[in-house]
Design a binder for this molecule. Structure first.
Ligand code: FES
Length: 193
């Protein structure tokens, strides 16, 4: 077992437990966007940041991927943490202002404006759709493609996937596009043509 302190509360947890899991166990609320129970953690959105260490050695880490380590002191709600979350939400709001999930999170953190170029993306590259397709549906119909600004999600070679079973899982978990699809729409191909 590993002993850590989270928001002044001492707790012993099993090795391999993430900071997000510990926080949840204790009832501390940490916002998440690219994390979903039952899927592997990916650490894409950084919204789940927490502060570890103290004073000049303190740093921000994503709690959904960071494992508990002996003696670690964690703050889930410091001013530095909240500043970082607000900045991330400003970026997300600039990128996907139409997302209800992002709007709700922004509201929670009093973010109602941003100083970034407004886009209307339908993907924040959180990878939830890729992971649910691979890990829950065992299909691997979609995946990440390209690098940097060219990075996107889709089927290999943009061809309609022959392993997609039209389960709709990808649409269900997406926090950005919020498509409410029908079987017919899925059959036409959300990804690929
Ligand atoms: S929820 Fe942890 S990085 Fe997105």
């Amino acid at each position: 077992m590993i002993n850590i302190t989270i928001d002044e509360t001492n707790i012993s947890v099993e090795e391999g437990t993430t900071l997000l899991e510990v926080a949840k166990l204790l009832g501390f609320t940490i916002p998440t966007l690219c994390h979903m129970d039952g899927l592997s953690s990916y650490g894409a959105c950084r919204l789940c940041v927490v502060q570890i260490g103290e004073e000049s050695n303190a740093k921000l880490v994503s709690s959904c991927t960071y494992p508990a380590m002996e003696g670690l002191k964690i703050k889930t709600n410091s001013s530095r943490v909240n500043r970082a979350r607000r900045m991330i939400l400003e970026l997300l709001l600039a990128s996907c202002p139409q997302s209800k999930v992002i709007q709700d999170l922004a509201l929670e953190y009093n973010v109602n404006q941003h100083c970034f170029k407004q886009e209307y993306e339908d993907c924040i590259l959180c990878g939830l759709c890729v992971r649910i397709c691979e890990e829950q549906m065992m299909a691997k119909a979609i995946g990440f493609r390209g690098r940097g600004e060219e990075r996107s999600i889709g089927t290999p070679f943009d061809i309609k996937s022959d392993v997609c079973r039209f389960c709709g899982g990808c649409m269900y978990v997406c926090p950005a596009c919020q498509i409410s699809g029908t079987y017919m729409e899925l059959e036409k191909g959300v990804f690929g043509s």
